[in-house]
Write a protein that binds this ligand. Structure first.
Ligand code: GAR
Length: 189
């Protein structure tokens, strides 16, 4: 069984789709949901779905090997970032080469980097009068949004769109594709 941990800082709608997708899957299981915010909606959602949760603090995430030990004990082999806003430390990248996958709500390399998350991204895309946006799923390296691309999907932006409607279209694409892309990466490795 390939066990995965999902990292999320917010609502966790992508995390929920992934949990549902891999429920009773023959070779992939969501073992843990990790969040840096103790009030994040994703934690309640995980508990309601019977998935264990872990709240992390900045000092131990960056300054200790606690999380590596937890992942080892739980035999976790993939880390999925679904709306997680902290930079992943080098020790995790070294320990999980090509096994940490992030989703970004724009067509990287445009509209990525520190501070580019959630509505900030959609407002920037809207302000630039882009004709399309979309999603990027990529392996994670030590820099925000710069790892090797795995998959992209696009949606058109019309003159009637707003940052909120762009966000809704992009989220729909994320829900449609993320779990399947994870499944494919794991199956191919
Ligand atoms: C998603 O749109 C994801 O792409 C984005 O946060 C949202 C989380 O939504 N991630 C980033 O912006 C990372 N830079 P969710 O909590 O409903 O899954």
């Amino acid at each position: 069984m390939n066990k995965i941990a999902i990292f999320a800082s917010g609502t966790g709608s992508n995390a929920e789709k992934i949990i549902q997708y891999f429920n009773s899957h023959s070779s992939v299981a969501v073992d843990l949901v990790v969040s840096n915010r103790k009030n994040a909606g994703v934690l309640k959602m995980a508990e309601a779905n019977g998935v264990d949760t872990l709240i992390i603090e900045r000092s131990s995430f960056y300054g200790s090997t606690n999380i590596l030990n937890t992942f080892k004990e739980r035999d976790i082999s993939y880390l999925i970032l679904a709306g997680f806003l902290w930079l992943i430390p080098e020790k995790l990248i070294e320990r999980f080469p090509k096994k940490i996958i992030n989703i970004h709500p724009a067509l990287l390399p445009a509209y990525g980097g520190k501070g580019m998350y959630g509505m900030n991204v959609h407002k920037a895309v809207f302000n630039a009068k882009e004709k399309e946006s979309g999603i990027s799923i990529h392996f994670v390296n030590a820099h925000y949004d710069e790892g090797e691309l795995i998959f992209q999907a696009k949606c058109p932006i019309h003159s009637s769109d707003t940052p909120a409607t762009i966000a809704a279209k992009v989220l729909q694409l994320e829900h449609q594709h993320f779990a399947e892309v994870i499944e494919r990466v794991i199956a191919d490795q």
